[in-house]
Design a protein around this ligand. Structure first.
Ligand code: DOR
Ligand code: ZN
Length: 348
């Protein structure tokens, strides 16, 4: 049995670092485990200009402990009226690594998102021309569509047609949750990849209703049936370069999650790497962990692989109920993989 593995230092290709007080609380958790991270732009107001992204990047740097080597990779928030030349300038100047498409009202702080994909075709043409990746929250917002079907319907209605209109555009289908998404991504040879979160590998939709309403497991896209979780586990652990790590860590104050209209999002940054390692171990695929955490993402984004390494060891540890006043994913559970140098873990 493998009890210790060394992997190239990982990156997180999808994080919400928030702003203000919460930013200072959550940045160290991501920076401690990941060398780079793609930072989501769904702030209030959203990050729609180069200047806003530069200012946010500076706030993230200030919140990052000085001894950690961490590079935030910034994204632009697409709106119906965003100027393609602003995106192009930001990408060429190395401020924007990608742009994020939120269908309007699909999720947290997405009210200013895109209402009609056809309207932003000139923006997508520019992005395809300059090689700027498009990151997609892939859910339809049509209230007539069952919430558990919104991702699958998005593929047919929007993603496949978009890719036909822009075959050269690099697309990341973010936080996929369904067998249909796995099949779609697996069927495409170039310019399409997907991120997979730890929570969608661990929980199915029952988790939200286990013994009562469990807001800690509510996120968007919502977790689906068990067969979908199994398809995600097969994809993540397959070493297929089209699938890579993106935690979608999305902290919310406890009171906001537990209100009568609770927010979607799971704060998984503190134990994300350990959480993924457990899945790969359970699937007998530890040999493929490094491809998922540290190789496939840089390859898609055309970035160098990190030079540092991280050692993971088999060691039971209890995940605390709260981290900085926030409920972490796996709170109160015992995880069986730990980062070797982790001084912040509660030992059993
Ligand atoms: O669960 C989620 N939380 N999904 C998203 O798409 C957004 C995120 C957030 O910002 O809270
Ligand atoms: Zn997200």
């Amino acid at each position: 049995m493998t009890d210790r593995i060394s992997i190239i230092a990982p990156d997180d290709w999808h994080v919400h670092l928030r702003d203000g007080e919460m930013l200072t609380q959550v940045v160290p958790h991501t920076a401690h485990r990941f060398q780079r991270a793609i930072v989501m732009p769904n702030l209030r107001p959203p990050v729609t200009s180069v200047a806003a992204a530069q200012a946010y990047r500076e706030r993230i740097r200030l919140a990052c402990p000085a001894d950690l080597e961490f590079t935030p990779l910034m994204t632009a928030y697409l709106t119906d009226t965003i100027d393609p030349s602003e995106l192009e300038r930001g990408f060429r100047e190395g401020v924007f690594a990608a742009a994020k498409l939120y269908p309007a009202n699909a999720t947290t702080n997405s009210a200013a998102g895109v209402t009609d994909l056809l309207q932003i075709d000139p923006v997508l043409e520019t992005m395809a021309r300059i090689g700027m990746p498009l990151l997609i929250h892939g859910e339809v917002t049509d209230a007539e569509i069952d919430i558990f079907d919104r991702e699958a319907v998005f593929i047919e209605r929007h993603l496949a047609p978009l890719r036909e209109r822009h075959p050269e555009l690099k697309v990341v289908f973010e936080h996929i949750t369904t067998e249909q998404a796995v099949q779609y991504v697996s069927s495409v040879d170039r310019h399409l990849a997907a991120t997979i979160t730890p929570h969608h590998l661990h929980i199915n939709r029952n988790a939200m209703f286990a013994g009562g309403l469990r807001s800690d497991f509510y996120c968007l896209p919502v977790a689906k049936r068990e067969c979908h979780r199994q398809a995600l586990r097969r994809a993540a652990t397959s070493a297929d370069p089209r699938f890579f790590l993106g935690t979608d860590t999305a902290p919310h104050e406890r009171a906001s999650k537990e209100s009568s209209c609770g927010c979607a999002g799971i704060f998984n940054a503190p134990f994300a790497l350990e959480s993924y390692a457990q899945v790969f171990d359970e699937e007998g695929a530890l040999a493929h962990l490094e491809a998922f955490t540290s190789l496939n993402g840089p390859e898609f984004y055309n970035l160098p692989v990190n030079s540092g390494r991280v050692i993971l060891e088999r060691r039971d540890h209890l995940v605390p109920e709260l981290v900085n006043g926030l409920v972490p994913f796996h709170a109160g559970e015992i995880l069986s993989w730990a980062v070797a140098d982790a001084s912040d873990q509660v030992q059993l």
